[in-house]
Design a binder for this molecule. Sequence first.
Ligand SMILES: Nc1nc2c(ncn2[C@@H]2O[C@H](COP(=O)(O)OP(=O)(O)OP(=O)(O)O)[C@@H](O)[C@H]2O)c(=O)[nH]1
Ligand SMILES: [Mg+2]
Length: 282
Amino acid sequence: MKTFWRKLVEKFTPGAGEKVDWEALLLEADLGLALTERLTRLLSDEGLTRKPREAEERIRQELRRILTAHTPKVANPERPEVILLVGVNGGGKTTTAAKLAFLHGKEGKRVVLAAADTFRAAAVEQLEMWARRIGSRFVAGSPGADPASVAFRAHLQAEEEKAQLLIVDTAGRLATKSNLMLEAGKIRRTLAKRDPEAPHHVWLVVDGTVGTNALSQAAEFHRAVGLSGLIVTKLDGSAKGGMIAAVQEELGIPTVFVGTGEKVEDLESFDSERYVEEFFGG
Ligand SMILES: Nc1nc2c(ncn2[C@@H]2O[C@H](COP(=O)(O)OP(=O)(O)OP(=O)(O)O)[C@@H](O)[C@H]2O)c(=O)[nH]1
Ligand SMILES: [Mg+2]
């Protein structure tokens, strides 16, 4: 996502001394309608629309402010911290589950990976293969089993084994499939029966290359299951990443990690300072 900003500024500046079309530029940077409108109004109110340098600085300031407005929740160390991953097909949930397990495993935590995607046999095998490679514990259900029961059993096992972290991978689903969205809600409620604080995190995994479509995905999943964070994957590709600020602005959901490749180590904690710098071209 490193050089798109300069290209957009060029594209939307008709000529020397002329007005930059900020609205079109910001929309194309995937900042979404609400944030784009607010920023455009701000630039115009402050008389910056014809001053590209100052305008850019003002946008930079505003993005920084939006993105540093959150503080992560601290989990109770007595019980396993539970991460539930949800999202549409192919966003990168299973890969991200493995990446998270690897990251926390490196910190010395005992991690259990649960394959609550009982829809596709290949999905279970995919996670099992990762678990074996990373050295994480692995829990799965039989094909067609209730995903909520897999999550329940995985929590039981994580507690028995005194694991510090349980990561629950789920089947990809479209928000329009109401039965599947209800299923995601059921997984969430079932985990809460084991521990009222669980799941501590419900993170939506979205493919960064889908642009502002990520915003509608986030809105729909948030309505159905309630999200506490966003993981944006495939930022190593053509993604502009503007949706990270858009989702924070419109839904108040912080981005917690970003995926930067297909390898297990290609996951980074979201760093808002770095994000803002890279957004404008590093
Ligand atoms: N380049 C790149 N590829 C990624 C990243 N994260 C995941 N992928 C790839 O995206 C594809 C889909 O990833 P999965 O983890 O299987 O996605 P999923 O959300 O579990 O998919 P379903 O289970 O079908 O819903 C795989 O080929 C991954 O290697 C990333 O950060 N960068
Ligand atoms: Mg998967």
